[in-house]
Design a protein around this ligand. Structure first.
Ligand code: NAP
Length: 347
């Protein structure tokens, strides 16, 4: 078993890490960290648990420690669910010694830090050697993208591999859990929609192209089609919905787009990694799907559900679809765990 720690273990993503790592066949939780507000308390006293599954007995008595490399003991991998500003300072300190699998955006766009979705661009893990050499670290940092970017990019990948994309417009309807435990006040979101999420549109526009880019001689050249995102917070607890419009350079058939998505499989499926969904993209044919409440838990929350796939009637060579992805599983904790499973298998 590989001993693992969770940084920011009391928050929304930290709790998902605990849920997904409890009973994991290869990883065992041995250390939990949080802020100084929580350090020194038993986990069950420090965390306000919000997941339906209930707090696992195995973590209740673990003492939460300060988020400092000297405090986590004998671990090989740390999963980071820290706020970005804390991650920027703390993750490099951990990477001197440990593998850091991070959700935070702090290090995602650094030239020598792999930003990875295992089904999309596992080859970016080659940047690890460059990172260790550049920085003189024994460990390293690998990151996963922003929660709405992950779901979008998984659906674009098989299309991009087979056809030329001209531009993508995406309009999101994002769950409140995406803003963290203390994120959106109930008075702001109940019976309401907030048409702005700070930094989210920029992340979707840059990370998507970076993930679909090419790694050559240690440098990533981003994909060059246009991505325009409009991001909105809605009154849903878990599960991001995205309405996607995609324009192709050339004529192509709806059936071919459908087939490309339905047949898509990546390295995690080939390697049969523990957290890999059987199908990264699940296509629904009903007019009223996908919906967050019904589809966010598809394949343990790791499958992205696509529906309403259709030709656009107003514009040539264009298609539209709606997707739902679980923001704290496929979009966060599950994504980091899949990255760590891939690293554990191939590196
Ligand atoms: P959250 O619910 O606010 O949890 C934050 C965690 O970090 C808590 O455990 C908190 O501990 C700890 N923390 C806060 N300040 C700290 C400090 N100064 N030093 C050490 N620990 C500190 O946030 P979240 O939604 O889980 O998000 C965590 C990270 O994942 C963020 O970078 C976020 O952008 C990213 N992310 C989130 C989602 C999502 O859907 N929620 C998706 C993708 C990525 P205390 O309990 O002690 O305060």
């Amino acid at each position: 078993m590989v001993n693992v720690g969770i940084l920011g273990a009391t928050g929304m993503v930290g709790q998902r890490f605990i849920e997904l790592l409890t009973d994991h066949p290869d990883f065992e939780i041995t250390s939990l960290t949080a802020s100084q507000r929580s350090a020194g308390k038993k986990y069950e006293d420090a965390a306000t648990w919000y997941l339906d599954s209930g707090m696992p007995d195995s973590v209740k008595d673990i003492e939460v420690v300060d988020t400092d490399p000297s405090q986590v003991g004998d671990v090989d991998i740390v999963f980071s669910a820290l706020p970005t500003e804390t991650a920027a300072i703390v993750e490099p300190k951990f990477a001197k010694k440990y593998i850091v699998a991070s959700n935070a955006s702090a290090m995602r766009m650094e030239d020598d830090v792999p930003l990875v979705i295992p089904e999309v661009n596992p080859e970016y893990l080659d940047l690890v050697d460059i990172q260790k050499k550049n920085r003189g670290w024994d460990g390293f940092i690998v990151t996963n993208p922003n929660c709405s970017t992950i779901a979008l990019t998984i659906t674009l990948k098989p299309i991009y591999d087979q056809f030329d994309i001209k531009r993508v417009y995406v309009s999101t309807m994002q769950a409140v859990s995406g803003a963290g435990y203390n994120g959106v006040p109930s008075m702001a979101i109940v019976d309401n929609l907030v048409p702005f999420i700070g930094g989210e549109e920029e992340k979707m526009e840059t990370e998507t192209l970076h993930l679909l880019g090419e790694l050559e001689e240690g440098n990533v050249t981003p994909a060059s089609f246009g991505v325009s995102a409009s991001c909105h917070r809605v009154s849903v607890v878990d599960g991001h919905t995205e309405a996607v419009f995609i324009e192709m350079e050339d004529q192509c058939d709806l059936d071919d787009i459908h087939k490309a998505m339905a047949d898509f499989r990546g390295l995690p499926q080939k390697l049969n990694l523990n957290s890999a969904p059987e199908k990264p993209i699940i296509i629904r044919s009903e007019d009223n799907r996908p919906q967050p409440r019904m589809d966010r838990n598809a394949d343990g929350g790791m499958g992205v559900t696509v529906g309403r796939l259709r030709k656009d009637v107003a514009f040539e060579n264009s298609f539209r679809y709606v997707l739902v992805g679980h923001n704290t599983i496929r979009g966060a904790a599950g994504a980091s765990i899949l990255n760590a499973e891939l690293i554990n298998e191939i590196m």
